[in-house]
Design a protein around this ligand. Sequence first.
Ligand code: GLN
Length: 297
Amino acid sequence: MSGTTRAATAALALSEATEQLCAASVADARLEAELLLAHACGIDRAHLIARLKDPLKPTTIAAFRRLLARRLAHEPLAYITGCREFYGIDILCGPAALVPRPESELLVDLALAEVRARGAALRIADVGTGSGAIACAVAAHAAAARVCAVDVSSAALALACRNVEALGLGGRVDVGQGDLLGGLGALDVVVANLPYVSESEWCGLQPEVRDFEPREALVAGIAGTELNARLLAQAPAHLARGGLLALEMGPTHARALSAVARTHFPGASVSVIKDLGGHDRVLLVRQGEEARWRTTT
Ligand code: GLN
């Protein structure tokens, strides 16, 4: 990409960009180069791959350079392209919220399994919804489900609303501002990907995360368990009999959060689910059938 004549074809532009991304320690450099060039061309990756020998227009080369410079500065790809695939749907992304991550798809799996087992009339909440990815994925895959998506951040909620609208889920995903479960009534399923990074872990995160994603969506406090623990303390007043609570957590938090869960849910079954990388990732609390919930209005 050093001169306009050298980067005449997509193939050449890609090999030069891949080299630069590799040198900047970007993982999956070739794939990311392809996605950036496809974005600059306004086509999808499959079409780009079919046209590697085509010459690029100077305006496309200029646009690709601008996108590449941002990625070389470690801005996340999803913020540059404005989109990330999550659970089979396209989620609009931006710096107001975390980029949806594959491990959070576990929460969608769990909510959908619950809908299949118990019917779509379940009252479902996605707490700390951010971009709305989890709420939208659940609603998109469970035709009759109605999902409540809450967050404290109004900037994140604006993005969540854009996603609800773009996916045609208006009327099925209710987006609202709130502090965890405060303001919500009785629920059958609660899923949450709250901030769970500790203050000290945050400093060591990769620049894509630390320097670009909202700190308030990542850092929970000194331990990293603070917000999940607070949610566990609130949850008994909201979770209906037989209800399910699924919290994404840091891989070292299973023991501490299981203990917190047992304190607040003495009759419940508490378990831990691993992600595809083999790390403890989701704390699951199943409220006993006999438990009685108290409504907070
Ligand atoms: N898994 C994310 C990360 O390590 C953290 C997400 C979160 O705090 N909810 O970057």
